[in-house]
Write a protein that binds this ligand. Structure first.
Ligand SMILES: [Zn+2]
Ligand SMILES: [Zn+2]
Length: 80
């Protein structure tokens, strides 16, 4: 959403302390934690190229897992 909130911390890419920006990676899952689709946030230096994390944690309604197609667990993501 054009949000360039900054904070100081450990870059997820080069593991240096730096002023970080965050990049959202969206996943086509209708989770209970993030809203319409799941995303995970990678904090990184402005100069580092963020990569999607290898794993992500999310909360999913068990009803959606039991009937994923009907409950619309999997969403389409449109790349921006
Ligand atoms: Zn970095
Ligand atoms: Zn989520």
């Amino acid at each position: 959403m054009g949000n360039t909130e900054q904070r100081r911390g450990l870059c997820h890419v080069c593991f240096e302390q730096n002023d970080l920006v965050k990049t959202y990676f969206h996943f086509p899952i209708a989770c209970e934690c993030c809203g319409p689709t799941h995303f995970s946030i990678v904090y990184h230096c402005i100069t580092c190229t963020p990569r999607a994390p290898r794993v992500t944690e999310l909360q999913v309604a068990t009803a959606k897992l039991l009937d994923p197609i009907h409950a619309g667990l999997f969403k389409k993501v449109t790349d921006e």
